[in-house]
Design a protein around this ligand. Structure first.
Ligand code: TRP
Ligand code: SF4
Length: 366
C-alpha cells in the first residue's frame, strides 16, 4: 500500500528520517545555530521544515511575517501542548504577527466534540495556559465556526481547484467531514494573506509531523491561486512528539500518559514516580551497565521542558549512561522540578485571565 501520513490516525510517526526521503520535508539543521535560543530548536526537537529559509530571511531582514497555527480543543492542556505554545511565543517575541485558531469545526466533525465544549476547552485550557506561559494579547484568535466572511469565501473558493482524487491520494479514505476540515484548515493558513488581513507575506506554521498532509495540500492550493491572491507559499516546521509517561503515545484520553499544566502538583509527582524509565531491573545492574536515557520518559521531561541548561542536561545524560545515577534519585529530582514548575505556572494562570479577556474582546467576527 502507498505510504500516507494520517492526521487523524493513532499511529505514531515512527521514523522521522522517512519523512525526509518520502515526503520531501527538509532537515532543520541549518537553522539550528541561528535560532539556538529556542530549546526545541537547539535540541533538534524541531527537526524538519518546508521553505523555512523564507522565514529566516524575514527574521534577519526584519521584514513582516506571520505565524499561524491551530489548536485542537480536545482535552486537558499537557506538556505536549506546552511545546507548541512555547514555539508560538518564540515567534511572537521575534516579531511575527500571530494568528491562532481554535479548530472547533474539526473537533466537531472528526471527534464529535460540541462547539460549546470546544469553546470552554479553548479558553480555560489553551488560551489561559498560553498566556501564563508568556503569550501577550497581540494575537488574532478565532473559532473556525465563528469568523469573518472573507475567510469562508476563501475556503469555498479553494474547493474549485482540488479534485476528489487528489484528496484521496493525500488522505486515503475520505468523508464529507474530512473534506470540510481540510479545506477549512487551508483557509486558516492562507487567509492572513488576504488583503484585509495584511496581504501576501511569509507565514510559518509550526506543527507536529502528522499535520504535513495539510501543509502539502495548502501549499499546492496557494500556488494554484496565484492569479487571484498572490499567496506566498506558507512555510512549516515539524516537531517530534513527546511520548507518553508510560511509553507509547501521549494521549488526552489517558490521564496517566501525560502531566496536565493544571494537575495537582502532588498528583503530577506521583505520575513522574510511576513513569517508564530506561533503567535496569536492579540497582546493581544499573550501576554496572548504566541506564538508557533514550528510552526514558523521565529524561524526555527533562530534555523537552525541565532543564534548560545544556551542560546540566548533559551531566544527567552522562551520569545515567555511566551508571552513577540511579532512577529513584533521578525521578525524585525530576518530580521536584515538575512540582516547582506547576506551582509557579498555576499562579500565573490566575493572572492570565485578564489577558485572555482582552484577546477575546479583540476577536473579529462578522
Ligand atoms: N488539524 C490541527 C490539529 O489536529 C488543528 C488545526 C486547525 C491547525 N487549523 C490549523 C494546525 C492550521 C495548523 C494550522 O491539531
Ligand atoms: Fe531515566 Fe534517570 Fe533512570 Fe536514566 S537514571 S534511566 S534518565 S530515570
Amino acid at each position: 500500500m502507498e505510504k500516507r501520513i494520517d492526521p487523524w490516525g493513532l499511529d505514531e510517526v515512527e521514523d522521522y528520517r522517512n519523512l525526509f526521503d518520502e515526503f520531501g520535508i527538509e532537515s532543520f539543521e541549518r537553522f539550528r545555530e541561528k535560532l539556538s535560543d529556542n530549546r526545541y530548536i537547539r535540541r533538534g526537537i524541531v527537526f524538519g521544515h518546508r521553505d523555512f529559509g523564507r522565514i529566516m530571511q524575514s527574521i534577519e531582514e526584519k521584514k513582516r511575517f506571520a505565524m499561524m497555527t491551530g489548536l485542537m480543543p480536545s482535552g486537558r492542556f499537557h506538556f505536549g501542548h506546552k511545546m507548541v505554545a512555547e514555539q508560538i511565543i518564540y515567534y511572537q517575541k521575534l516579531g511575527a504577527e500571530i494568528f491562532l485558531c481554535s479548530a472547533d469545526l474539526e473537533a466537531y466533525l472528526m471527534r464529535g466534540i460540541s462547539p460549546q465544549d470546544s469553546r470552554r476547552i479553548a479558553l480555560e485550557e489553551y488560551l489561559t495556559n498560553y498566556v501564563a506561559l508568556g503569550l501577550t494579547d497581540e494575537v488574532n484568535f478565532w473559532y473556525q465556526t465563528d469568523y469573518v466572511l472573507p475567510y469562508y469565501q476563501l475556503r469555498d473558493m479553494l474547493s474549485a481547484k482540488v479534485t476528489f482524487n487528489e484528496l484521496k491520494g493525500i488522505y486515503g479514505e475520505l468523508s464529507t467531514g474530512k473534506i470540510l476540515s481540510v479545506l477549512t484548515q487551508a483557509a486558516d493558513i492562507l487567509h492572513p494573506q488576504l488583503l484585509s488581513f495584511g496581504g501576501p507575506r511569509a507565514t510559518v506554521v509550526p506543527v507536529g509531523a502528522d499535520q504535513d498532509p495539510h501543509l502539502r495540500l495548502t501549499r499546492d492550493l496557494a500556488s494554484r491561486f496565484q492569479a487571484e491572491f498572490k499567496f506566498v507559499l506558507p512555510s512549516s516546521t515539524y516537531h517530534k512528539f513527546m511520548r507518553g509517561l508510560q511509553g507509547g503515545k501521549m494521549s488526552s484520553s489517558d490521564p496517566r500518559s501525560y502531566i496536565a499544566l493544571t494537575d495537582e502538583p502532588m498528583e503530577a509527582k506521583e505520575k513522574v514516580m510511576r513513569a517508564k524509565t530506561g533503567g535496569r531491573a536492579t540497582a546493581e545492574e544499573q550501576k554496572k551497565m548504566g541506564g538508557v536515557p533514550e528510552d526514558c520518559m523521565v529524561y524526555d521531561l527533562l530534555l523537552y521542558h525541565l532543564i534548560d541548561d545544556d551542560s546540566e542536561l548533559e551531566k544527567v545524560y552522562g551520569d545515567c549512561r555511566s551508571g552513577s545515577l540511579i532512577c529513584g534519585e533521578c525521578k525524585k529530582k525530576c518530580a521536584e522540578l515538575v512540582v516547582d514548575f506547576l506551582r509557579e505556572h498555576q499562579k500565573k494562570r490566575e493572572k492570565a485571565k485578564a489577558v485572555v479577556e482582552r484577546i477575546l474582546e479583540k476577536k473579529v467576527t462578522q
